[in-house]
Write a protein that binds this ligand. Structure first.
Ligand code: ADP
Ligand code: ZN
Ligand code: MG
Length: 493
């Protein structure tokens, strides 16, 4: 068999364990704040509980459980009658207790799914379970890398931040699918208001990949075959792009090994972002290594009924469909306008007051375009949405020209933090009144006899030149249509 045919016969199989930080005010088992300031002092946002001091007891944060239920509803998962916590034992300095409080046999969510689009096609990935746990502290390896550092610093500020670990079935067949899935997952979590993608390290992925004979994927019961396949678990992935790159690398590495007749070792590997490669860390630990046992300090929690009681907002796919119908938008506009919940909410506020097409142009094209250009988000101007409505009002009421609104007012609003009326005032953009336009028209005619001659001998281009002269004389504040009309009226007299 040639290398090429062998290549075609091999398939990548990927399953993910995605850790997302849940947005709550306080940590999952203590009252410490989760609000991490950029310049905070290491080990300042801690207490006896999240430091694991002897005798300190955990108290479960209801908000974290509610967030977990919201995620469960969004991924169409089953929420059990009762959920409970376990201790996962391991010795590593990021966890001062030497165990992590997590969930084991009664996770808050089981058997969910998430649909997403990749290359124009819809795919659905099954979600085996999603459980709550505490984030460990963070380690900083002095000098950079985990295997070469002279020493390591530890900061427990992050310890105890609520995490949800979302475990998928091995349903992915390529790195591109993983990237699209993660983008969709983030979008849904942000809509739910339980997640902040802009927060550093708020999403971390462990990615499992194995290479199997493509034929096994056509079989009826592929799970047994996948169970037997040797896989690697790649840790330390903290972005969509990182996941895609790490998995593409791993797929090639394993395929090469298989093609050369070598066995892929079952192991844990580390994604080295700066070098763009995965490196072997240790042989993969097994479940029994963790000596799971019940967390006796936290009683089981009855959550029956929570699923009905806790409401979630309309999710992105549903909202996109509704926007297309209700506001008669193109698929592209609807998609842009629902890209985040804040954008969608803002669009609906504007569309309630103005024509839905005008609202779409202003929000999707003008506002998002200018924000994007400045690397800003709608959340950065959240407190100023009234000002943007006022800007659209000025255009809609023809107090300023569309061109000035887009190119001067909106830009100065974003660059200088000015209100629209202040920009109009400062730049003298109020539409010039009729007398001033007429005076400018007459002046242009008087000063450009050649252009007037050309116009009179039938050269239409000469009129455009004169319009340009008038626009310049009025600093762009005249309406070009009106200028055109006035010029013709004067010239044709
Ligand atoms: P472990 O007990 O080693 O943690 P699990 O069965 O809990 O393994 O699965 C962990 C992750 O590995 C899941 O995301 C799952 O989808 C994935 N996985 C399982 N089998 C495979 C495979 N053959 N190839 C790739 N990923 C797999
Ligand atoms: Zn604490
Ligand atoms: Mg597991």
């Amino acid at each position: 068999m040639t290398a090429q045919t062998a290549e075609r016969d091999l398939s990548a199989v990927i399953g993910l364990e995605v850790h997302v930080q849940l947005e709550t005010d306080t940590k999952i088992f203590c009252g410490c704040s989760t609000d991490a300031a950029d310049d905070e002092v290491p080990n300042s946002r801690v207490c006896p509980t999240c430091l694991g001091l002897p005798g300190a007891l955990p108290v479960l944060n209801e908000g974290a459980v509610e967030a977990g239920v919201k995620v469960g509803k969004a991924i169409d998962a089953e929420i059990p009658e009762e959920t409970s916590f376990h201790r996962k034992n391991y010795y590593y300095p990021d966890l001062p207790k030497n165990f992590q409080i997590t969930q084991y046999d009664a996770p808050i969510c089981a058997d969910g799914e998430l649909a997403f689009r990749v290359d124009g096609e819809e795919r659905t990935v099954n979600i085996r379970r999603a459980h709550l746990e505490e984030d460990p502290g963070s380690l900083q390896h002095a000098g950079g890398s985990i295997d070469t550092a002279d020493y390591t610093l530890v900061d427990y500020n992050r310890a105890g931040t609520p995490l949800m670990e979302i475990v998928t079935e091995p349903d992915f067949r390529g790195a591109d699918e993983v990237r699209a899935f993660l983008a969709k997952l983030e979008e849904v979590l942000e809509y739910l208001g339980v997640f902040d993608a802009s927060r550093d390290g708020s999403l971390r992925v462990d990615a499992n990949l194995s290479i199997v004979d493509s034929k096994t994927l056509d079989g009826d019961d592929i799970s047994a075959a996948l169970e037997d396949a040797n896989r690697t678990e790649v840790k330390n992935i903290s972005s969509h792009r990182g996941a895609q790159q790490a998995l593409a690398y791993e797929e090639t590495r394993q395929k090469n090994a298989v093609r050369r007749g070598r066995e892929v070792e079952q192991e844990t590997r580390h994604w080295d972002e700066s070098r763009g490669i995965t490196v072997s860390m240790r042989s993969k630990e097994e479940e029994k290594d963790y000596r799971y046992f019940r967390e006796a300090d936290l009683p089981p929690l009855r959550v029956s009924g929570w699923k009905e009681e806790i409401a979630i907002p309309e999710l992105p796919d549903a909202r996109r469909e509704r926007f297309r119908g209700e506001y008669d938008l193109s698929a592209e506009s609807a998609s842009k306008l629902t890209s985040t919940k804040q954008v969608a909410d803002f669009y609906e506020t504007v569309a309630a007051e103005f024509d839905s097409d005008l609202a779409a142009t202003w929000v999707a094209d003008n506002l998002l375009g200018e924000l994007n250009y400045r690397d800003m988000q709608v959340t950065d101007v959240e407190g100023r949405l009234d000002e943007f409505t006022r800007l659209i009002d000025l255009v809609d009421g023809e107090a300023i020209t569309t061109k000035n609104a887009e190119e001067v007012v909106l830009r100065r609003m974003l660059d200088d933090g000015l209100a629209p009326d202040a920009v109009v005032e400062a730049e003298g953009l109020g539409k010039t009144d009729d007398n001033a336009v007429l005076a400018a028209v007459r002046e242009a005619i008087e000063e450009n006899p050649d252009a007037v001659d050309d116009y009179e001998s039938g050269e239409e281009g000469a009129l455009n030149f004169l319009v340009g002269q008038v626009m310049q004389a009025t600093s762009g504040s005249a309406d070009p249509g009106t200028v055109n009309e006035r010029l013709r009226a004067e010239l044709d007299e």
